[in-house]
Design a binder for this molecule. Sequence first.
Ligand code: ZN
Length: 367
Amino acid sequence: MTTAFFYDEQSFWHSGGNYSFMAPVGGFVQPAATGGLPENPETKRRLVNLMNVTRLMDDLSVVRAEPASQIDLIRVHTGDFLTTFKTTSDAGGGETGLRAPYGPGGYELAALSAGQAKSALFSVLDGQYRNAYALTRPPGHHCLRDWQNGFCLLANIAIAVEAALAEGKADRVAVLDWDVHHGNGTEAIFYDRAEVLTISMHQEHNYPLDKGDFSDRGEGQGYGTNLNIPLPPGAGHNTWLEALDRLAIPAIQSFKPDVIVIACGFDAAAFDPLGRMLCSADTFRQMTRRVLDLADITCAGRLVMAHEGGYSEMYVPFCGHATLQEMAGSSIDAPDPFAAALQIRQPGAAFEGFASGLIGEMAEALP
Ligand code: ZN
């Protein structure tokens, strides 16, 4: 087996409390019939279920990880932040940041999620697997050093990357975030660091509203190793691939990383309730194919993905299945039952020309 798949049923037991979609239940907000918060277990569990039904799971090495250690966490997060999080979690849970609630045991579940990202990265750097996917939950890319944000309780990828750098397993790491929201936490943690390239492709000014501008290129030693690629709402398959081809891939190629880490959200898909993009399962397949080829020519195939957002219960499984099928080089397909419906919703040539112009302007502005 060349592809590892890290997941743990326990991580599906993380609970964010009594919400009806984004709003806390109470007053005129009736409890949701199912699901509650958009970030709920079903999108993830149904991906696992689909891979079991098609037997794609048989083509993967299924691995369980240990939680990230205190040493791993303190490389990224402040001591005060970790103490407050642990105390609140032990007392039954709550909310110590913005839009990132958790229940009892939230601390341990978040440490497990970070441990999955770390183990996936280490398994590839140690040469056990060619590539690896970590079905991390809760997600991580919005979490700052001292503040939880947007369903993210710990900075999973940053914790994994810092551990790899500290233990001498890698010298240079490229993180490409294709979640539809800006990877503000990962950006902030590595903003002044030359050895970590952070790239975020996202819907402009979606979440967080005031982050993710193209002009934010890093600072000090890290100037030039942060790249934001804000895309207009309504962009679809062709625009996302063009942005990847013309901006993200050349930046990673010239950075020459030892490994590529993808912050893999599926919320740029057309049915997502928290994004306004028109990508399909085939978009994620094609993007995965491209980063696999990129990893082959830049870093001996070393590619790791850590799960971030993706809130369409019925569509995330097909996007994830296409991604993992590509990673594993498997012939086991789960045909996209929504492909025809999405085809007719793709943006027209005029919009694509407009988006292509924006991408061209960004490409010209880069050194
Ligand atoms: Zn997202």
